[in-house]
Design a protein around this ligand. Structure first.
Ligand code: MG
Length: 384
């Protein structure tokens, strides 16, 4: 088996939404297709689509990583199937350790395409292939999910926020995450209280993402004091992703759960977070995103690393809500899958045929990742 073609294009994710850190008006993502000569099975095309929030990686893909993949002579693994590990090793040749950054997302979206192709060649959904190769054939029966929304909009107000969240509850979600941190703690508390009123005032059903708004321990403590009475499911990304001193101070001060890791991109960065971040394996959540962190090959090692450090898989909750993360959570039996719940967002929802009820999703049976059955994503991937 060998790669016969790789195609990439940048796709606009432009949207009026914003969080405490960034606007999405200029946001882009990479869409990728990789053709595999699969012998008797003909040409199989695997697709990938970047995670959200870190822009397209067209230059890195076209100049550096796709050329390394194109010259791999044989992608066949020991079991006779397509082995994405071979592609991963070729892409990472002559790459120094560290400095993961955008490179990890470029490799990640190519790795995603290889896994899509590998599962299609086997004729199984990706979650099943991942459970076979990395989890002793075990998988979730139903995938725990939560809905992410509640961004800021130019004309947004509390009524618009609660209308949006009502829509998610109607779709079958039980736990919701909203954005805070853009307009100060009084505004945050008003947003939290408005949404809690829809959730039986049960803070365990509401998470709050502040997108790195805090820079000092005075700020993290003021935030913790303001949020603590609500008993939130978790507070997400309190400060800069590399500020472990700030994070350690917060976890010593605040009893509730903290979630972080979406802006760390490798096993070594995850190791540092676990070793030096002051996180508590019985309550805090690690949100490293496989699509931004060199793909499934690296992420499977991150899960092994976590378990070696006594972090249960229940505490691994990948960022972003893309379909790769859904299959990874299902096949590796991780804690939960985040879903970008706004149906009109390009990356929104899951593939057709997956049903959500009681805060969990059914497993898809479409071979591969299932981009072909996700209406919005297929609309941009089909012409690749
Ligand atoms: Mg986040």
């Amino acid at each position: 088996m060998r790669i016969t073609d790789i195609r990439e294009k940048a796709v606009s994710l432009a949207d009026p939404m914003s969080n405490a850190g960034i606007s999405y008006l200029q946001m882009t993502a990479s869409a990728v297709a990789i053709d595999i000569d699969a012998g008797e099975k003909g040409t199989i095309t695997g697709y990938g689509f970047s995670s959200v929030g870190r822009y397209a990686q067209s230059g890195l893909i076209e100049e550096r990583f796709a050329p390394r993949l194109r010259v791999v002579e044989d992608m066949t693994g020991a079991d006779g199937g397509l082995d994405p590990v071979r592609g991963w090793a070729a892409m990472m040749a002559n790459e120094k350790p560290g400095g993961d950054g955008d490179r990890a997302g470029a490799v990640g979206v190519l790795d995603m395409s290889l896994w899509d192709a590998a599962a299609k060649i086997e004729g199984v959904p990706l979650w099943r292939l991942l459970s076979e190769r990395y989890n002793e054939d075990k998988a979730h029966d139903r995938v725990p999910v939560y809905a992410t929304g509640g961004h800021y909009y130019p004309d947004g107000d509390l009524t618009a926020l609660t209308d949006e969240i009502k829509g998610y509850l109607d779709q079958g979600y039980e736990t919701i995450k909203i954005k805070c941190g853009q307009h100060g703690l009084d505004d945050d508390c008003a947003r939290i209280e408005a949404v809690l009123a829809l959730l039986d005032n049960n803070g365990a059903r509401l998470a709050v993402d502040v997108n790195c708004m805090c820079s000092t321990s005075d700020e993290t403590q003021a935030m913790a004091d303001a949020y603590a009475p609500y008993g939130l499911a978790w507070i997400e990304e309190p400060g800069h992703p590399h500020d472990f001193e700030l994070l350690t101070g917060l976890t010593a001060y605040y009893d509730g759960a903290i979630a972080t890791g979406e802006n760390l991109f490798s096993m070594s960065e995850t190791y540092n977070l676990m070793r030096y971040g002051g996180l508590r394996a019985d309550k805090d959540l690690i949100q490293v995103d496989p699509a931004l962190s060199y793909g499934v090959v690296e992420y499977a090692n991150i899960v092994r690393l976590a378990e070696a450090g006594d972090w249960p898989r229940s505490q691994m909750v990948p960022h972003a809500g893309h379909l790769l993360a859904f299959h990874t959570v299902a096949g590796l039996q991780l804690g939960a899958h985040e879903i970008a719940a706004r149906p009109d967002f390009l990356l929104g929802g899951l593939q057709a045929g997956v049903e959500i009820s009681g805060g969990a999703a059914t497993l898809p049976e479409t071979p591969g990742i299932g981009f072909e059955t996700h209406e919005q994503l297929w609309a941009v991937l089909a012409d690749l």
